[in-house]
Design a protein around this ligand. Structure first.
Ligand code: ADP
Length: 614
């Protein structure tokens, strides 16, 4: 009886494999990086077990990665002496999708016209990239647990894999790739050497290729800045960040007090989360004296800094501490405080020194800073300094800081004003903007619905209250029109009263406005949270009914002057005009639910107007 078991890949894995095998033609070479990175992880895990005092199988075997190529047999083999896998782990790790992020990646890959193989490692499915170049992949693995036997896992990537016992294996894993005819370059020593140097130079274990060590095992972050070349930094980033591009920012930061830190942090050029991918996970690895304590360390930074990649090394950390205890350690909290403060300061310096580059950063990561304002009370004010917005006094596309806004504030202005609008054009023609234009008060233009939350949380900047232009209590001192063209206070009051009766509970209160110049009427929100919530709900296509607003009318507008007369002669037509005015104001406020009933009414009004003229 054969001891070979047949297993089926989980449906998602098979789907992934189909794409990997049939549609990924570029960047095939990255499979070497991914497999070496897995080998290095396995070695790190073993080192961790040993350092925390656990018994392992073959404890004296040194940690190393070995690569051999055979250009006659067309194979490449990657071996490590790490923790290996048990039978259960082979089934679990090389047959199912473990991470939730991977499913999002799969979806993205399936939809992409030009799927990017390079992303594969970022989503925790790097192993399967082997099938880009191999027609068969065989894994020999023996767990570091003393009583576990060895296993042989093998597959062609089509539906099934098989597992059978393998006798006399040493600790760790050996992965054999039988290369496709078209990919036999990966069985060439020179080609593989080039790739290991490119992608895996900083792997913290020696990598031996056909008997010769080819990588530079150096903890770059522990060296002095002046010794490190730009390319070394970039290479290191590409290794820790699984990225082919150079980073957007780099911060190499060392400190002795209040805690010893050597850190090298990077901001990737592109932000995958902003591109609509699932939530990114922080990829900053925590070391103690160059030994990995916790990969992708949790709570080392606040959540809104989860886009950072790199390394933090602190010799103050206890080496043999379990990861669970690490989570809550006050040392980690200290690291968090120092590192976050330093990184915010770094961003401030960059914004000052190289505004154009900061703009690029802001484009990709502005959302995270805003998330910080809302979720991270202790850094709220510092983050306020990093925000940038378009503004009524600057050209389209140019952004200002709140600090610069304050420097430009008009005399007599005591508050910071912002207007949440879908676009620059909408801002400039918004009825809410009229009074500010007339008074020469600068208004920040915000286009992201979350900005209203952000401003609510920030509330103040440099002692100045931040106010929505829609809710600000700003009045025109001088009536814009001559007395004859405007309603008297009594007339305006009478019209307002009639409008309230006519519109009923479609609006809360109706009153004459002191802020309108060119528009006949405007909607004013009385409940601050409601407005932002409604816009966000509307953006998500959720129903937003139930909320009501005040309706303010412009006593200096011809339409209102005439409406006051019309309501006394033809109240049916006047009522229709009133409803249309309300809908127009809702459109201007970006809050109209369903424009269809309005179109019908508008056509009726037009018909009446045309009829009256012929
Ligand atoms: P990731 O490494 O990002 O988790 P992979 O698809 O590359 O995703 O690997 C899946 C899992 O398989 C790994 O998390 C690890 O548990 C296991 N694995 C892969 N290669 C090795 C190896 N050489 N030694 C031990 N375990 C491995």
């Amino acid at each position: 009886m054969s001891a070979t078991e047949q297993h089926h890949f989980q449906a998602e894995i098979q789907q992934l494999l189909n794409i990997v095998i049939n549609s990924l033609y570029t960047d095939k070479e990255i499979f070497i990086r991914e497999l070496i990175s897995n080998a290095a992880d396995a070695a790190e895990k073993l080192r961790f077990l040993q350092s925390s005092g656990q018994a392992v199988f073959q404890p004296d075997t040194p940690l190393a990665i070995t690569v051999t190529t055979d250009d006659k047999a067309n194979t490449i083999t990657i071996t490590d002496t790490g923790i290996g896998m048990t039978h259960g782990e082979l089934v679990e790790n090389l047959g199912t999708i473990a991470h939730s992020g991977s499913k999002a990646f799969l979806k993205q890959l399936a939809e992409d016209k030009k799927p990017d193989a390079n992303l594969i490692g970022q989503f925790g499915v790097g192993f399967y990239s082997a099938f880009m170049a191999a027609k068969r992949v065989t894994v020999f693995s023996r767990s570091s647990q003393a009583d576990q036997p060895g296993w042989r896992w093998s597959s062609e990537g089509a539906g099934t894999y098989e597992i059978e016992p393998a006798a006399d294996l040493p600790r760790g894993s050996k992965i054999v790739l039988e290369l496709k005819e078209a990919d036999k370059e990966f069985a060439q020593n020179y080609r593989v050497e080039q790739l290991i140097k490119r992608y895996s130079n900083f792997v913290p274990f020696p990598i031996e290729l056909n008997g010769k060590v080819v990588n530079t095992v150096r903890a770059i972050w522990a060296r002095s800045k002046s010794e490190i070349k730009e390319e070394e930094y970039n290479e290191f980033y590409q290794y820790v960040g699984h990225d082919q591009e150079n980073p957007l920012y780099r911060l190499h930061f060392n400190a002795d007090a209040p805690i010893a830190i050597q850190s090298l942090l990077f901001v990737p050029a592109k932000n995958f989360e902003t591109l609509g991918m699932s939530r990114t996970e922080s990829e900053v690895n925590l070391y103690c004296r160059k030994i990995l304590i916790e990969p992708k360390a949790k709570k080392l930074f606040p959540d809104w800094l989860r886009f950072l990649k790199g390394v933090v090394d602190s010799e103050d950390l206890p080496l043999n501490i379990s990861r669970e205890t690490m989570q809550d350690s006050s040392l980690k909290q200290k690291l968090n405080t120092v590192l976050t403060g330093r990184f915010i300061k770094f961003l401030e310096e960059q914004a000052e020194k190289e505004p154009a580059n900061y703009d690029k950063f802001y484009e990709q990561y502005g959302r995270f800073l805003k998330e910080g304002v809302v979720t991270d009370f202790s850094h709220k004010d510092a983050l306020g300094k990093l925000l940038r917005y378009e503004s009524s006094t600057l050209d389209k596309g140019t952004r200002t800081s709140l600090a610069d806004y304050i420097k430009r504030m008009a005399s007599g202005q005591t508050e910071i004003f912002f207007l949440l609008v879908p676009s620059r054009e909408a801002a400039e023609s918004s009825p809410y903007f009229e009074v500010f234009r007339a008074k020469n008060f600068e208004v920040l233009f915000m286009y992201d619905p979350w900005d209203e939350f952000v401003m609510d949380h920030l509330n103040q900047f440099d002692g100045k209250t931040i106010k929505s232009a829609e809710r600000a209590d700003v009045k025109l001192e001088q009536p814009a029109a001559s007395e004859a063209d405007k309603l008297t206070d009594e007339q305006a009051e009478a019209l307002a009263k009639w409008l309230k009766e006519s519109l009923g509970d479609k609006v809360d209160a109706v009153r004459a406005s002191q802020r309108l110049v060119d528009s006949p009427a405007v909607i004013v929100d009385t409940d601050p949270m409601n407005a932002s919530m409604r816009r966000i709900l509307k953006g998500m296509n959720q129903p937003t009914d139930g909320a009501k607003q005040d309706f303010e009318i412009n006593p200096r507008h011809g339409l209102m002057v005439h409406l006051e007369k019309l309501r006394q002669t033809d109240s049916t037509l006047a009522s229709k005009v009133a409803e249309q005015l309300l809908d127009n104001a809702r459109v201007a406020a970006g809050l109209l639910e369903d424009p269809r009933s309005m179109i019908k009414r508008l056509n009726e009004l037009l018909e009446q107007m045309v009829k009256a003229r012929v």
